[in-house]
Design a protein around this ligand. Sequence first.
Ligand code: AMP
Length: 281
Amino acid sequence: MKVIRSVKEMTATSRELRNAGKITALVPTMGYFHEGHLSLMDKARELADKVIVSLFVNPIQFGPTEDLATYPRDEKRDLSLAQMRGVDYMFIPTAGEMYGSGFQTSIEVSQLSKGLCGASRPGHFRGVATVVAKLFNITRPHKAIFGQKDFQQLLVIKRMVKDLNMDVEIISHPIVREPDGLAMSSRNTYLSFEERKSALSLHSALKLAEHMIESGQNNSGIVAGKIEEHIEAHPHTKIDYVFIGDPDTLEPVNEIKAPVVIALAVFVGSTRLIDNAVVYP
Ligand code: AMP
């Protein structure tokens, strides 16, 4: 596995790979790998001749009061895990390498970025779309793999690729969970023992909602109310949002007649966790 830190070298390498006729897949990450990240790499390995993983904690997608400075990092461990999963190239630029002086261009996917995490984290999806577009330009992948854990992010990226005619196939991968149901996240490491117990309420609330909808409940207000009640019964929790809506447009839905996405963001202690499920009535 080759580690590349400069944009120039990564650009030259991707050009060589393209010229040699190799099919490449990119897995963009912020590192501190868990099985969720690694399953995306496995998927990339299946679909491509060469797998590129980017590891970059992207400063422009963090708000001023968010956890950029404390975001968990362990490059050495990440490198050995990626190597074991058969990754060919790790692209690890610095912030200075990605955003040189005078940087001023950004991409905004206006409608899809508005609600949910976009409402709680102004500018977040502008930062995400911009860095992903840069990573696509630098690595020129045929395919790029994203997790459904970040459901809104996946829609934003798909929309950007379509709207800007980017020549890359976006592939989504299901949420990978701990055996007890907690969605894997680098941020789970922030949770205390007690907080982790309460964090399980996100998944159990989704299960509860799924059961209600599958048993015929079609009023999204009632389902959302039950979710809130369930989560709030757990200590250390503070709901950021409970969203039930169209899984393609992210428009809210009142009467559930077609598949909906239920998306949650909840502070457990000071850690903000997200989870979601697509549910069929
Ligand atoms: P991150 O490093 O958190 O920015 O995540 C990098 C990629 O891994 C994104 O496409 C995420 O959606 C995906 N990812 C993170 N956690 C999970 C998970 N538990 N299951 C599946 N994919 C995930």
